[in-house]
Design a protein around this ligand. Structure first.
Ligand SMILES: Cc1cc2nc3c(=O)[nH]c(=O)nc-3n(C[C@H](O)[C@H](O)[C@H](O)COP(=O)(O)OP(=O)(O)OC[C@H]3O[C@@H](n4cnc5c(N)ncnc54)[C@H](O)[C@@H]3O)c2cc1C
Length: 537
């Protein structure tokens, strides 16, 4: 029997907590609160793509591009900004709809390293980086929540030998492909510490570990793992296709959330409000919630809302085992943290992304177009005509190789930020400077991989250009910290000056770590869910 997840009278019902956004942070915190018996209402700009589609408004018959994108769980409008590479406007890789960006993510669910929680010590010589000495919570405090998040999100993999946890609940992954097995053993012989990537896919017969919304249900995305159980088993409710516009607040509390739903404005009161609209939209909501009391934007006494935008950088590196081996097997298979801190220099994680067994021009062309979109127009005009040629030649050179990706820590700079702009798509744009320091760490990472592996393997960096910004990993725009003068949130993710306002999406990171962010967002959301529950009447 279909369940109606829509509330009858959203504005008149009593809500313990309203959660804005149903991505990694929002769905996970909402699940934790609903599981503990709280009345939870999710407000989500996109569609309800999981479960009973009857709860969502069907797309109009002649769907436009924005509608089509929303139907696929993607953000409907282009992102605009200015980077060191020039002005850009493109459809950034962000999710929109139940599960948020996890609907289209790679489900690599890695823990941050203990060193990530003391960020300044890793970069003593980068004075313009706005790095705190430490996060307001330690790695050890987060460990129990990492364990719970790994169990909840059904993470497969083997322990990382460089950061083992004897009590982890990692599931046994399927056997490696012949190609990755050869690489894995070769890495061991080189004295490295490979492990089986930590991945949230239930590997069934038909699982392709795809980056699209998974209708088969094999991907551990936040919609499937947390949102749907909160709705179906724990009484939570959702308004899909409800765009939150601003928060209504008096001196020390948020009283209501204002949004647009079915073409009309609604204002919904709640005891507590959790923002989880992602690191680009959450700060925008705060800046758009200006009032006479909050002239610089809500919760923005520090002036840090929207600043310290971080993205990570990622290079794609083809590693050739030397002979042709079958690639039949899991795709996200092998990772290593040997370069996480390399001779005192913090670099990041190296992880396999596979390459299809029959690497052909069409796959290459799709890949080249994927990495091309974030380039400014002038660069695209220059390189675009050559893509088909490169796509035809590359498979000949790379046909035996496995594709790996680096994840390099990006540092927080106050000048890298999002800012409201009523004339831009989405009502905002961003500014981002790619520093020399970041580029030198990227260069060093490339060089070190080649140095360490080249005695056995041909290593080819296949990133198209120097612009290797990873827009999927945006974070940092509402940092948490101990000092209200330099941070937006306290150590419990509550806004310093507001009793009942929390932020649990990737905005809260005061530093970006050197690996995938989602498991840390989920673990922290479980932690904060418990804290909110204990504080509510
Ligand atoms: C292609 C891709 C691959 C990735 N692969 C990985 C990976 O393998 N491992 C990993 O750890 N991370 C990965 N990531 C990153 C990961 O998906 C994000 O870091 C994570 O989902 C961020 O969680 P969040 O809660 O901050 O926001 P999101 O998950 O982005 O959720 C934000 C939600 O808020 C909603 N929203 C926004 N504005 C409003 C509004 N005004 N009103 C109502 N709702 C609103 C959005 O529609 C969205 O549903 C990937 C990302 C992409 C795009």
């Amino acid at each position: 029997m279909p369940v109606d997840y829509l509330p009858q009278h959203p504005e008149r019902e009593h809500w313990d907590v309203i959660i804005v956004g149903t991505g990694m942070g929002g769905s996970t915190v909402g699940y934790e609160l609903a599981r503990r018996g709280r009345r939870v209402l999710f407000l989500e700009k996109g569609k309800l793509l999981h479960g009973d589609p009857g709860a969502s408004v069907p797309p109009p018959p002649a769907a436009d591009l924005a509608e089509l994108r929303m139907g696929a769980g993607c953000w409907p409008l282009p992102l605009q900004g200015e980077t060191s590479f020039g002005k850009i406007e493109f459809y950034a890789p962000w999710g929109c709809g139940s599960g948020g960006s996890t609907s289209i993510y790679g489900a690599q669910l890695e823990r941050f390293s203990p060193a990530d929680f003391r960020p300044r010590a890793n970069f003593p010589d980068v004075p313009d980086a706005n790095l705190p000495e430490r996060w307001p919570i330690s790695y050890d405090e987060l460990v129990p929540y990492y364990r719970r998040a790994e169990a909840l999100y059904r993470v497969y993999g083997t322990p990382d030998p460089l950061n083992p946890d004897p009590d982890t609940s990692l599931r046994v992954p399927p056997p490696l492909s012949a190609r990755d097995q050869v690489l894995y053993e070769s890495f061991l012989q080189l004295g490295l510490h490979p492990y089986r990537s930590h991945v949230g896919f239930d590997y069934g017969q038909a699982c392709r570990e795809c980056l699209r919304h998974c209708a088969q249900g094999c991907k551990s995305d936040a919609g499937r793992v947390c949102l749907m159980p909160a709705l179906t088993h724990h009484g939570a409710r959702i308004l899909p296709e409800c765009e939150v516009l601003a928060l209504v607040a008096d001196n020390g509390r948020v009283s209501a959330v204002r949004g647009r739903w079915k073409g009309a404005e609604i204002t919904i009161p709640a005891n507590a409000v959790v923002l989880a609209a992602g690191a680009l939209m959450t700060p925008l909501l705060l800046l758009n919630s200006r009032s006479s009391r909050w002239a610089n934007g809500l919760a923005n006494r520090s002036g840090q809302v929207g600043r310290n935008l971080m993205l990570h950088t990622s290079d794609y590196v083809a590693i050739d085992p030397g002979e042709w081996y079958s690639a039949q097997g899991p795709v996200r298979a092998v990772a290593l943290n040997d370069f996480y801190v390399d001779d005192g220099q913090k670099l990041g994680n190296l992880q396999s992304l596979g390459f299809p067994e029959a690497l052909g021009p069409s796959f290459m062309l799709e890949y080249l177009r994927f990495i091309e979109v974030k380039e400014p127009h002038w660069w695209r005009r220059l390189t675009h005509p050559f893509l088909p040629l490169v796509a035809r030649l590359a498979p000949r050179v790379l046909r035996r190789a496995s594709l790996f990706a680096t994840i390099v820590e990006d540092l927080p700079l106050e000048r890298n930020r999002i800012l409201p702009d009523p004339n831009a798509w989405n009502g905002m744009r961003f500014e981002y400077q790619y520093t020399r320091e970041l580029w030198s760490r990227n260069r060093r990472f490339r060089k070190r991989i080649a140095e360490v592996l080249s005695s056995r393997h041909r290593v080819t960096v296949v990133t198209g250009s120097r612009n290797n910004l990873n827009y999927g990993h945006v974070c940092g725009t509402c940092r948490f910290g101990e000092d209200p003068a330099t941070s937006v949130l306290d150590g419990t993710n509550r806004a310093h000056d507001l009793d009942n306002l929390y932020v649990v999406d990737a905005s809260f990171f005061p530093s970006s770590g050197g690996t995938n962010p989602s498991l840390t967002i989920a673990a922290n959301a479980l932690r904060v869910g418990g804290i909110i529950h204990d504080r509510l009447p």
